[in-house]
Design a protein around this ligand. Structure first.
Ligand code: NA7
Length: 538
């Protein structure tokens, strides 16, 4: 019955964050009629939603932006090394305005299902506003860490104060002045927001399940000289980023941490600590693969925590014992220092687990904490969560969730496509390098590969592209083997799905590096899309 209202498009793209916006730009250049669906009422993706106090990016701003347009790159100036969320959102709005993207983005609309129709070779897409649209190409730019995880704790409904999740923060400023606030979670979002909330709240109680390593960001304003230097080296920077392991200008160090004498090591680590950000993580070439070396860095940071935090008992609770850098590495601004404030206290909920949320606060196994407001900095259902929220079905009506065993058997070819789902592309999908690098860089590579592919299909009159099951099997196996050779898979993290109760464990990320990945993708394309079936329908 809905057929008569069906709109026909060449391409439908989900999400108007970094991925979807650039995808739209490229597809329009190719002359494809394209519609982007976006659940929010503005562009920005995660930068639209994550408005919590202290939210900022951990990749340096001059790399954390698009590089495809030299003009755009040069006319935008970042205020500082790690700008806050409002500035990043302002940048993305600027991009939307500059390239007049908004007319092709439909806001406040969430796609609920996308089914591939074998007969017409078109994707049939439905939205929560009752719209029906068909498209030849279906492209997801839904993000890898965008579906909030609010833990299922008994009694949340009964809480009489206000509660928030960092990933869905209200637009109007939340005022914690005079309030007793509880923050649950100490990942990047918790560690960024805790120092800011502490400045405002009457009292802040942090509920920590796993302590984290964190290194000072050492944020600073950019000078005009620095920004001029960056602009003057635009082409060189773009090239360096493309060839690098993590989509940034610098690479991992060239030697093993074990090759250095203890004195030399301390000097390197101290220098990294002083420069801040991810310098320590990148100082040597084997921190993520070498258990002994990893522990040397871990111990260096543990010492810093003990030096910074005045109360030895609190310092002990804050000291991690797992591998460094195998949960997403965190950078902070005065995080550990915050525990020296009189109005901040730390509760170890591994020792005394949260039992329930009451009308007044949180009750753990040994105490009740009275709270006026509660902040969940409890992260996301990463990698697959946002894809599984949509009923995506390929050939023979098989759903993506079914095919991937609810996340237990993620299978892709190049992290961009999956067999049985023709003409569907995933931007920063599972088994791509995505979250292990500077996202805008990895996104540009994905978007450019997909748009080049679509251009090739159109020029050669190909109607259907689909990953071969064999190529997919090999890619997934390759990803798993690489991951298993690192310490990543030995740590509980959102990378592995361990943060979501009941979620299958895996490590659906390509760890071979962004530059090498780009080369593999380019080679596949240059061999006429090796590993794909290209079909022309008469
Ligand atoms: P993360 O990094 O997944 O951190 C979530 C935190 O919340 C982490 O400390 C978790 O402890 C904790 N958590 C999760 N569920 C619970 C429950 N039920 N009880 C207590 N504590 C809990 O999310 P973020 O938002 O900080 O960062 C996500 C990414 O966004 C980040 O890595 C960047 O890439 C950008 P756990 O460690 O699981 O024991």
């Amino acid at each position: 019955a809905s057929q008569e209202h069906e709109t026909e498009m060449d391409a439908v793209v989900l999400g108007a964050g970094f991925s979807g916006m650039y995808m739209l730009y490229r597809l329009r250049e190719l002359g494809l009629s394209t519609r982007v669906y976006e659940a929010a009422d503005g562009v920005g993706g995660v930068w639209y939603w994550n408005r919590y106090p202290g939210a900022r990016c951990d990749s340096e701003s001059v790399y954390y932006n698009y590089t495809f347009s030299e003009e755009l790159f040069k006319e935008w100036s970042w205020s500082s090394r790690y700008p806050e969320q409002p500035e990043i959102l302002q940048y993305l709005n600027y991009v939307a305005d500059k390239f007049e993207l908004r007319p092709d983005i439909q806001f406040s609309t969430r796609v609920t299902s996308a089914h591939y129709d074998e007969e017409s070779n078109r994707w049939k897409i439905q939205t929560d506003t009752g719209e029906h649209v068909t498209a030849k190409y279906f492209i997801t730019g839904v993000g890898c860490i965008s579906t909030a995880n609010v833990p299922n704790i008994k009694g949340l409904d009964s809480f009489e104060g206000d509660w928030y999740h960092t990933g869905y923060w209200p637009h109007e400023k939340v005022d914690f002045t005079g309030k007793r606030v509880g923050v649950v979670g100490t990942g990047s979002s918790g560690i960024q927001s805790i120092p800011e909330i502490a400045k405002e709240a009457a009292h802040l109680t942090v509920f920590q399940r796993t302590p984290q390593y964190s290194v000072p960001a050492r944020n600073h304003s950019y000078t005009t000289e620095f920004l001029n230097e960056v602009n003057d080296n635009y082409s060189e920077i773009r090239k360096q980023m493309q060839e690098s392991m993590a989509g940034m200008r610098f690479n991992f160090g060239e030697r093993s941490i074990l090759d250095d004498t203890p004195e030399e090591r301390r000097r390197v680590l101290q220098e990294g600590w002083d420069r801040g950000g991810w310098e320590i993580l990148f100082a040597y070439n084997d921190l993520i693969t070498n258990e002994e070396g990893n522990d040397l860095v871990a111990e260096f940071i543990r010492e810093k925590i003990r030096e910074t935090v005045d109360d030895p008992e609190t310092a002990e609770k804050l000291t991690p014992s797992n591998y460094y850098g195998t949960k997403r590495a965190i950078v902070d601004t005065e995080y550990f220092e915050t525990y020296n404030r009189e109005n901040v206290s730390l509760v170890d909920v591994k020792e005394a687990p949260i039992q329930e949320i009451t009308s007044n606060g949180i009750r753990t196994a040994d105490e009740e904490y009275e709270l006026d407001a509660l902040v969940f900095a409890t992260g996301f259902d990463g990698m697959t969560g946002s894809l599984f929220k949509i009923d995506i079905r390929g050939r023979e009506n098989v759903s993506l969730k079914e095919k991937w065993g609810n996340g237990a058997k993620t299978k892709t070819y190049l992290g961009l496509t999956t067999a049985g789902f023709p003409n569907m592309f995933m931007l920063t999908g599972p088994e791509s390098p995505s979250v292990l690098g500077n996202m805008p860089a990895t996104i540009e590579q994905h978007v450019e590969w997909v748009s080049d592919c679509i251009e090739h299909l159109r020029n050669s009159n190909v109607d259907v592209i689909e990953a071969d099951a064999k190529a997919e099997k090999e890619w997934s196996k390759h990803c798993k083997e690489l991951a298993d050779s690192t310490l990543y898979t030995k740590t509980d993290s959102w990378y592995t799905g361990a943060n979501i109760s009941g979620k299958a464990r895996g490590f659906p990320i390509y760890v071979g590096g962004y530059g090498p990945y780009r080369e593999i993708c380019d080679e596949v394309a240059s061999k006429g899309y090796e590993g794909f079936s290209l079909i022309s329908i008469e």
